[in-house]
Design a protein around this ligand. Structure first.
Ligand code: G3P
Length: 193
């Protein structure tokens, strides 16, 4: 339990690094809070028109989750799951941004990469399929997050699946404004104006 608590704390610190905010400030791409959805994630960084910064945000927001899991994994499954939970909560509630963080999509994927690469692959396939057909980043994330626990159960990883049910619920909750916009047809599309 002590190891799990340590993993949770280290995961939180890693997860709380707001790469989207850092990159856009560092490279003069504007204030993310005043652009598009106001979110700190890669989708909103893309709305600044800086594709490279968006890609870097996606990569780093994912890899901080992967790194947290991989650092804890040698100590067992429980510390690894605690690290994933910590990283995800760190991204959603970073102390540095007065706990107003992101929606967790990239970090969710990064944690999956560290814990169950096949489930991460399934997440990516669902995300890409929905994103390519609808061009809604949010809808793609909602579908992929819902699919992940199912795939984890199918892969015989029930403990991980239960954790990802919790993470998916938090991710869905974080997308409540996107869900309202999707239902009223007002959600912005990738590549849209
Ligand atoms: O990664 C978050 C995405 O699902 C939605 O982002 O900026 O459109 O709210 P955004």
């Amino acid at each position: 339990w002590q190891l799990a608590a340590a993993a949770l704390a280290v995961g939180y610190l890693l997860g709380s690094i707001p790469f989207g905010m850092i990159f856009t400030r560092l490279f003069g791409a504007g204030d993310l809070r005043k652009i598009g959805s106001g979110n700190i994630g890669a989708t909103n960084v893309l709305r600044t028109g800086r594709k490279g910064l968006a890609a870097a945000t996606l990569l780093c927001d994912a890899l901080k989750g992967t790194l947290a899991v991989l650092l804890a994994a040698p100590f067992g499954l429980l510390p690894a799951l605690a690290a994933a939970l910590g990283a995800f909560l760190g991204h959603l509630f970073p102390v540095w941004l007065k706990f107003r963080g992101g929606k967790g999509v990239a970090t969710f994927l990064g944690c999956l990469i560290g814990l169950e690469p096949l489930a991460a692959l399934a997440f990516a396939v669902v995300w890409l399929a929905v994103a390519f057909t609808t061009r809604y980043s949010s809808l793609a994330a909602l579908a992929a997050a819902a699919a992940a626990p199912v795939v984890l159960f199918l892969l015989g990883a029930p403990a991980t699946a239960w954790l990802f049910i919790l993470l998916a619920l938090l991710l869905w909750q974080r997308h409540h404004e996107n869900i309202s916009r999707l239902m009223s047809g007002k959600e912005s599309r990738i590549g849209g104006k």
